[in-house]
Design a binder for this molecule. Structure first.
Ligand SMILES: *Cc1c(COP(=O)(O)O)cnc(C)c1O
Length: 395
């Protein structure tokens, strides 16, 4: 952790200028992100927007995106690891930060120092938080999670109620929140949410003194008004990607992944390309080398399946994805040359490729496609093409 997390401000430069000598990069549209915050806040009525920025904000870069979301009017942040919370504080985030995942008693002191709201799953952790808060002369807020059927994190109904009551009696602790998480929110049939909601309601009835309740991720929040409660934990929808089973307010994708063609090669009929020579030309062909690979999070499963946009046209990926590059067939496209922009995610002209399109081609989900994008890719933050900040590549 340190300075390298803080994106460098660069003023008065266009995306085109800033990326001239970049092999590959991510563009984050901060104006689109602010628009998504507005749309989602409106759609959620009185429920607070809790921006989930775990996993480096799903590949978008939390250190720059979180302050922009804060400015755009989200109410709180959520992460999964305590250290993600410390990094958000380093990035200057002032709003409440909820840690959704596991914490050790040893996390209590730094978490209290960074004013993180931990999800408390044991009396031992609660006592450590209580001691840390007493030493710091503050009251620490915690949330209690009920496992209503996902069997991932949290306590069964009776144990959750018992823990909440015990935590209530500890000094310097305030049990602020009661929470759970849905098992099949983004699936065609999300009816198990009704059974989970039944158990959550029992917990809420037995713990009426806990003021803040939250149960919904993007899909649940958009689909089920009754599960919005005090706040909704929205990740994917803030990125302008709507879960497959879900309708919702108009949101715009915030992330584009682009690269510059590194080389164009002629391939004769019968010749193959990339490891294993799994694609062979059937006619005189030209292939363009794109300097992005699975080390950047561009899935190996996309080999011979995915496509990219060059000059606004869809070009099929050919051969295997390597660690640092892959090839696309540009035979039908005149004049492709070294330095031309290839769009892997995003729009070019009238065409676009969404994270969901990539997910479908790779046999995975859009969350996975975004969260896989690695730190080797520099990230440019812009509004209407004017770059405001750069997050340089990291090891
Ligand atoms: C990741 C996560 C979310 C956000 O999910 P989206 O589908 O991206 O909105 C919400 N709650 C919990 C507990 C999570 O782990």
């Amino acid at each position: 952790m340190g300075e390298h997390l803080t994106p460098t401000a660069i003023a008065h430069e266009s995306l085109v200028q800033a990326t001239t000598n970049q092999n590959a990069w991510i563009e984050i549209d901060l104006a689109a992100a602010a628009g998504n915050v507005r749309s989602l806040k409106q759609a959620m009525g009185g429920s607070e927007l809790i921006a989930v920025v775990k996993a480096n904000a799903y590949g978008a870069g939390a250190a720059a995106l979180a302050p922009a979301l804060e400015q755009a009017g989200v109410a709180r942040f959520a992460v999964v690891w305590p250290h993600e919370g410390y990094m958000l504080r380093q990035a200057g985030v002032a709003l409440p930060i909820l840690v959704l995942g596991h914490a050790f008693p040893a996390d209590a002191v730094p978490a209290v120092r960074s004013r993180l709201t931990l999800t408390c799953h044991s009396l031992e952790l609660g006592e450590a938080i209580s001691r840390a808060a007493a030493n710091a002369g503050v009251t620490a807020k915690v949330h209690v999670k009920v496992d209503t059927g996902l069997h991932r994190f949290g306590l069964e109904l009776d144990a959750a109620v018992a823990l909440a009551e015990e935590l209530r009696n500890l000094p310097h602790i305030e049990v602020e929140g009661l929470t759970t998480h849905m098992a099949n929110a983004d699936e065609a049939d999300d009816s198990f949410a009704d059974e989970q909601h039944r158990i959550f309601r029992l917990a809420a009835q037995r713990l009426p003194w806990i003021p803040y309740r939250h149960t919904a991720n993007s899909a649940t929040a958009l689909r089920r008004e009754e599960l919005r409660y005090s706040g909704v934990r929205v990740g994917l929808a803030l990125h302008g990607v709507i879960p497959p089973n879900t309708g919702g307010p108009v949101v715009a994708p915030i992330l584009s992944l682009r690269a510059r063609v590194a080389r164009v090669t002629a391939v004769e009929p019968g010749e193959g390309v990339s490891y294993g020579l799994t694609w062979r030309a059937t006619a005189p062909s030209r292939v363009a080398l794109i300097p992005v690979g699975y080390a950047d999070g561009w899935r190996r499963g996309l080999g011979n399946e995915g496509s990219v946009l060059i000059h606004g046209k869809r070009c099929p990926m050919v051969g295997r994805v390597c660690m640092d590059q892959f090839l696309v067939d540009v035979t039908s496209l005149e004049g492709v040359a070294e330095g031309d922009v290839a769009t892997l995610i995003g729009s070019d002209g009238n065409n676009s490729i969404s994270a969901s399109d990539v997910a479908l081609a790779a046999g995975t989900i859009s969350w996975d496609v975004l969260a896989s994008l690695q730190a080797r890719l520099p990230r440019f933050y812009h509004r209407a093409g004017a770059v405001e900040a750069l997050a340089p590549p990291m090891w």
